[in-house]
Design a protein around this ligand. Structure first.
Ligand code: IVH
Length: 576
């Protein structure tokens, strides 16, 4: 089988499986973004090999197992979809294409939020709600009238005194889960679909669902509208719910402003939205543009970037920090979120593993919002299989084999090896040479690890005894670089201020701010060394925990020798 043929067959299988989970099982396992990307790739490949297009391809028909529907209804006209874009440039291309096609300078677009829920079509006959159907496979959907009539906001009758009513009106829109702060992606479509399909809604379910109409077809032509926007406004007269965030624009710059504005508002809205829909406002133009691949060409979804992805946990490793805290880190099958490749996520602590019920080989949702570090937010328990492995709480440090113990409130697991643990020592050296501490930029993380593993430095004092010959032993360090680093080390001794020195010691809980407070209070390092908990606690901003850490630090003989040697003539750190 050729490469393209194999890939086409692979993607089709995947999409069919996703469709099955989404439409039949109500259990989506991929985000809209991933689904759209797969469909896009399939369309591209099929365009290269049109001979391989079969009626069964997901691009030709939207697959769904109708047999699973309790009560199905044929749609009057198929409920089709539209393409998605993710970049501003794609919006400009879309606009250029339309303008060239119609040989006009500006097109009126109607922009709306893309609501993340389930599509339904509702038929009104002589003003009375006759039935409601889900989108289903686009041609046949499920009869959900009994549940739709319970959604407050959907009028059961549109008769009124203000305006005439069409004898046959079909409205289409999205049923959505009314958001609360806890709801998040995947659950939205899933829950809205699940709730809508329940045979009997209970009182609390009824409060959960909302509806906004986004299009309509007046089947009996009593009225005629030229524009989509005007039709929606007219429907308001019938008290049909229409989103208040609907606006018309001709300039793509205004559309991007609308898009950015909706993105900002996103978390405040009572429905979940994953982008905006840009529709050509004129019905005449819509008709001329028509359909390809079962997709309307007169509208596109301009999607928001997706910050959540699904992946699996390959393994869990343990990181030992400067203060001995052991942090479990999940190694992930690589995913790309908003441009960054993500291969691991911190699990923070062992309580977090328990809280989220995470196991190795589990399928999980990873989210990275803004620039913050990626986080596992949910385990997809229904994907769990017999290959999952429970994560062990290590009773020995994975680096130095010393015993582990919990801290006082059992939130952190700690390696008791202190500085004999090479991981703790490595982290201390990294901290010691950092910018706010002693500041030796040439001593990078990799070099530090090599100096320690080659036994060239085994305590902080050794750093000041380093010579060029020691450094050139390390792979990748030439004489010129070695000389530069040794120069930096010498310079660092000359001008270190007291806060930076206190901070460099890496006392648990003593960051740069506390270091400044301590220097202001004690004025010199010797006074700090001999201070006691009571006095330390007099300083505003120093609590009992930190005071104890500081006191304990200077009571430790090894620490004391190191600090005294650093400031002795032998090493000669000059603190001012
Ligand atoms: S218009 C051109 N407008 O998005 C097709 N659809 O893939 C007519 N959707 O399942 C649909 N918000 O249910 C339209 N403001 C909006 C929408 C919207 C969400 C859904 C729709 C369909 C999917 C399209």
């Amino acid at each position: 089988m050729g490469k393209i043929k194999r890939r086409i067959s692979g993607i089709r299988k995947l999409i069919n499986y996703w469709n099955y989970l989404y439409y039949v099982k109500n259990k989506p396992i991929v985000s809209d973004y991933e689904y759209d990307q797969a469909i896009k790739e399939l369309i591209l490949l099929e365009n290269c090999r049109p001979d391989l297009i079969t009626p069964e391809s997901p691009t030709q028909r939207i697959n769904v197992n109708i047999k699973n529907f309790r009560n199905s209804i044929n749609h009057i006209s198929p409920m089709l979809s539209f393409n998605s874009i993710y970049k501003y440039n794609d919006l400009i291309s879309f606009d250029n294409k339309i303008r060239n096609m119609f040989k006009i300078n500006r097109v009126i677009y109607c922009c709306e939020p893309k609501i993340d829920g389930v599509a339904v079509s509702i038929l009104y006959k002589n003003g009375k709600l006759k039935y409601a159907v889900t989108r289903g496979n686009g041609y046949i959907g499920e009869n959900v009238t009994n549940n739709i009539i319970n959604i407050s906001g959907i009028p059961l009758s549109i008769e009124n005194n203000i305006t005439k009513i069409p004898s046959l009106l079909e409205i289409r829109g999205e049923v959505f889960l009314i958001r609360n702060s806890k709801s998040n992606f995947l659950n939205e479509r899933n829950n809205a679909a699940g709730t809508l399909r329940k045979s009997n809604l209970n009182v609390s379910d009824k409060k959960l669902l909302g509806f906004y109409c986004y299009s309509a077809d007046i089947i009996s032509k009593e009225f005629f509208f030229d524009y989509h926007y005007n039709l929606l406004q007219h429907l308001k007269l019938y008290k049909i719910p229409i989103s208040k965030y609907i606006s018309c624009f001709t300039d793509t710059k205004d559309i991007i402003e609308f898009y950015n504005d909706m993105y900002k508002k996103k978390s405040l809205l009572n429905f979940s939205t994953d982008g905006i829909v840009v529709k050509i406002n004129s019905f005449a133009m819509q008709k001329k543009l028509g359909i390809t691949n079962k997709i309307h060409k007169w509208a596109i979804a301009y999607k928001f970037p997706s910050y959540e992805k699904i992946t699996t946990i390959k393994n869990v490793v343990y990181q030992v920090g400067r203060t001995g805290v052991i942090t479990p880190v999940a190694k992930l099958n690589a995913i790309n979120i908003a441009g960054a490749t993500i291969t691991s996520a911190s699990l923070h602590n062992f309580n977090e593993i328990e809280r989220l019920d995470i196991m190795i080989n589990d399928t999980v949702i990873v989210s990275r919002i803004g620039d913050v570090i990626p986080k596992i937010t949910k385990v997809l328990l229904y994907k769990r299989n017999k290959n999952t492995i429970r994560i062990k709480i290590p009773n020995k440090c994975p680096v130095c084999n010393s015993a582990t113990k919990y801290n006082f409130n059992k939130t952190k697991l700690i390696c008791t090896g202190k500085l004999s643990c090479s991981a703790q020592f490595t982290e201390l050296v990294k901290h010691f040479v950092s910018k706010d501490a002693i500041n030796i930029p040439g001593l990078g993380n990799k070099l530090i690890s090599k100096l320690i593993s080659n036994n060239i430095i085994s305590n902080l004092i050794d750093i000041f005894y380093l010579q060029e010959v020691d450094l050139i032993k390390i792979n990748g360090i030439n004489y010129k670089l070695a000389k530069k680093i040794i120069y930096e080390i010498k310079q660092s001794k000359k001008n270190i201020n007291l806060p930076n020195f206190i901070y460099s010691l890496g006392i648990n809980g003593v960051g740069i701010v506390t270091s400044i407070l301590l220097s202001k209070f004690y004025k010199n390092i010797n006074s700090l060394i001999i201070s006691d908990i009571k006095i330390l606690m007099k300083i505003k901003g120093v609590g009992l925990k930190t005071a104890r850490n500081i006191y304990d630090f200077f009571q430790d003989k090894t620490n004391l020798v190191i600090v005294k040697t650093l400031i002795s003539k032998k090493v000669g750190l000059k603190i001012f």
